[in-house]
Design a protein. Structure first.
Length: 75
């Protein structure tokens, strides 16, 4: 799924909420702590990780893996 973000980027916890994969920051923290989130193929443990256009975030959820590709604003 493509997620449109601004040029300044977005933090990982905010992205998970924006994409409706979690309800709040504590759910995001738990999901990340469980080792269920990868950024550009690498396991990520920081909820505050700054993400930028072009990043690929993969989240392992009970219903399967969800991929989020960050894209820039559309003209």
């Amino acid at each position: 799924m493509d997620i449109e973000i601004g040029e300044d980027g977005i933090r990982l916890g905010q992205l998970l909420k924006f994409a409706s994969l979690v309800m709040d920051g504590s759910e995001a923290k738990a999901l990340i702590a469980a080792g269920a989130v990868r950024v550009d193929g690498d396991l990520e443990t920081r909820r505050g990780r700054q993400l930028h256009i072009g990043s690929l975030v993969e989240v392992d959820l009970p219903q399967g893996r969800q991929g989020l590709r960050l894209v820039g604003p559309r003209a």
